[in-house]
Design a protein around this ligand. Structure first.
Ligand SMILES: Nc1ncnc2c1ncn2[C@@H]1O[C@H](COP(=O)(O)OP(=O)(O)OP(=O)(O)O)[C@@H](O)[C@H]1O
Ligand SMILES: [Mg+2]
Length: 294
């Protein structure tokens, strides 16, 4: 395609998520220093590093849980420093959590429907009072529509159910549709978290140790599924994963953090043989317990 025909940031291959020299400190601890990253549509990147390296902190800064001490975060071309997580989510950035955070007493289906409904609830450009007022009016109106079961409300409900069912199908969870989330086996709860994140129709998906606690077979299946999600939903994906063999098997580019610093970035084979990376992992006896970098 010629450059002249490339109109949107996505078509132009511009970054959907980009950081510029992001740093964050907690008291005297530099949890993340000069973190740079760019995720484009179709990217499948990995973020690795020993325990306490700053990986989850990076996700928290990218998604608005923490405000960076320095540097900027851009999502879909907008600078989002100081934005709230749901506002950033609305721009197309979704995540899962290292410690599963589901609505435990809601059904599997409803966990995803909540996310599908949340999408569209707020104008992303609106951080001001006007938007808050509009959201309040909208909530009030929706409450009455729900109470009166208007045709519009019922049609919207059916549409949300269809969307959520489709995501459950993609994530292999249709058979759990009506079960409470807390009753799902651990591996399925992790997949439900991904389904819920997809419910917000993201352009970029951040997965924080999505395979944690899974057995070898489940992990391998999940990695194949992650690649399929990238292709089917045209996503950019950044995945934190401790199992080196798995992460290096699916990711095209890997960023390595250690003590908050980016010590390496590149293709898996490049990173695997990087001296600083080997030292960082050997220092924690990491290769033996996590599958080996060599
Ligand atoms: N809110 C906070 N307040 C103080 N320190 C924090 C906070 N969040 C993270 N840290 C510290 O920042 C450092 C990086 O933590 P982080 O959770 O990002 O590591 P990680 O790479 O995700 O590790 P793991 O592989 O164990 O999940 C740690 O020393 C942690 O204790
Ligand atoms: Mg972490």
């Amino acid at each position: 395609m010629s450059a002249a025909l490339q109109t949107t940031p996505e078509q132009a291959g511009e970054a959907l998520l980009e950081t510029d020299g992001v740093s964050i400190q907690f008291g005297g601890l530099r949890a993340l220093t000069d973190f740079r990253l760019a995720i484009r549509k179709g990217d499948l990147q990995g973020l690795i590093g020993p325990n306490g390296a700053g990986k989850t902190t990076a996700f928290n800064v990218l998604t608005g849980v923490y405000r960076p001490t320095q540097g900027s975060v851009r999502v879909a071309g907008q600078r989002v420093n100081g934005w709230l997580p749901h506002q950033i989510n609305h721009l197309g950035l979704a995540r899962t959590f290292q410690n599963i955070r589901l609505f435990r007493s809601l059904s599997t289906l409803d966990n995803v429907k909540v996310a599908c409904r949340a999408q569209g609830a707020l104008n992303p450009e609106g951080v001001g009072l006007g938007t808050k007022m509009r959201a309040a009016v909208r909530n009030y109106r929706d409450w009455w529509r729900a109470m009166l079961l208007t045709p519009g409300f019922l049609e919207e409900e059916r549409d949300l159910t269809r969307q959520a069912e489709r995501l459950l199908e993609v994530m292999g969870l249709s058979h759990r549709r009506d079960e409470e989330a807390r009753n799902l086996p651990y591996g399925e709860q992790r997949r439900l978290e991904i389904a819920r994140a997809l419910g917000t129709r993201p352009k970029v998906l951040l997965l924080d140790e999505p395979a944690a606690g899974m057995n070898t077979r489940e992990k391998a299946d999940l990695m194949v599924l992650i690649r399929k999600l990238r292709d089917e939903f045209s996503l950019g994906i950044l995945v934190i994963e401790h199992d080196m063999k798995l992460v290096m098997g699916i990711c095209e580019q890997i960023t390595v953090l250690d003590h908050g610093e980016t010590i390496a970035r590149g293709a898996p084979e490049q990173v695997r043989s990087d001296r600083k990376v080997i030292e960082a992992y050997l220092g924690d006896n990491y290769l033996e317990t996590h599958g080996g970098a060599a």
